[in-house]
Design a protein around this ligand. Structure first.
Ligand SMILES: [Mg+2]
Length: 248
């Protein structure tokens, strides 16, 4: 798989646009709660939502309540927790999996599993848990081993590697599944899907977009199956603005 190097074409008005959050709309921060919202992001998303007739979705590993705290007036659909939850109307949140999960026990077990490594950040999620080892990348193997044990102890949960993190999410979810589900739903259905993201977790969603005749845009470095690439969130913002001025 050769890394893509081409810049994406400006968007036309008939696309369905799926955007990751961390490393895509905002720069990666040392901790998930330390991201900074770039100037003009709210207005850009509002304008895209209008121009694409509502076919705009956030697709993130973060849960929807967390995403709403950063983008309180986001007008589009939100698929959170790696597709395990979905908000179509901006207010209600539906569970999008059928795993019977004792989430409190999972969170407690995760905290216990890495309690001797305080530099591993435990992020409880409504449908899973993440261990972040960005503060000390040498602890990657420790975090991964802990998560493998947790996956065995909590049937139905599967490993999801991410940037400087490893997560557990319900089996049968994922960002690709979220895109597939939305592409069967108005106003996304019948449009050409375009998916932009920076992480390993985005690759399956970009594969879905490309299988539906659209394209993926990889943000940043690293191997990717995306047809196109942009170097960072700021380049993504400029591309979206060019699309608003010209194509879309
Ligand atoms: Mg990301």
């Amino acid at each position: 798989m050769q890394p893509s190097v081409l810049s994406p074409p400006v968007l036309s008005a008939d696309v369905a646009l799926f955007l990751d959050f961390d490393g895509c709309l905002v720069d990666i921060a040392p901790r998930p709660d330390a991201v900074e919202i770039p100037h003009g992001l709210f207005q850009r998303l509002d304008r895209l939502h209008d121009r694409l007739n509502g076919a705009l979705a956030l697709v993130s590993g973060r849960d929807i309540a967390d995403l709403r705290s950063w983008l309180p007036d986001f007008p589009g659909v939100i698929a959170g927790s790696h597709g395990a939850e979905l908000s179509l109307d901006g207010t209600t949140i539906q569970k999008a999996h059928d795993i019977d999960l004792d989430v409190a026990a999972l969170h407690a077990d995760a905290a216990q599993a890495v309690s001797v490594h305080p530099s591993i950040l435990v992020e409880p999620k409504p449908h899973g848990v993440a261990l972040h080892y960005r503060a000390d990348p040498s602890l990657r193997a420790v975090a991964e081993a802990a998560m493998r044990r947790l996956a065995r102890a909590h049937p139905g949960m599967i490993l999801q590697p991410a940037k400087m993190a490893i997560e557990l999410r319900p089996a049968g979810t994922g960002k690709g599944g979220a895109v597939e589900r939305l592409m069967a739903t108005p106003p996304f259905g019948g449009r050409t899907p375009v998916y932009a993201g920076d992480d390993l977790t985005d690759e399956e969603a970009m594969a879905v977009a490309q299988a539906y005749g659209g394209f993926g845009v990889k943000i940043g470095e690293g191997e990717s199956l995306a047809f196109y690439r942009l170097p960072d969130p700021s380049a993504l913002a400029q591309w979206l603005d060019r699309s608003l001025q010209g194509g879309a």
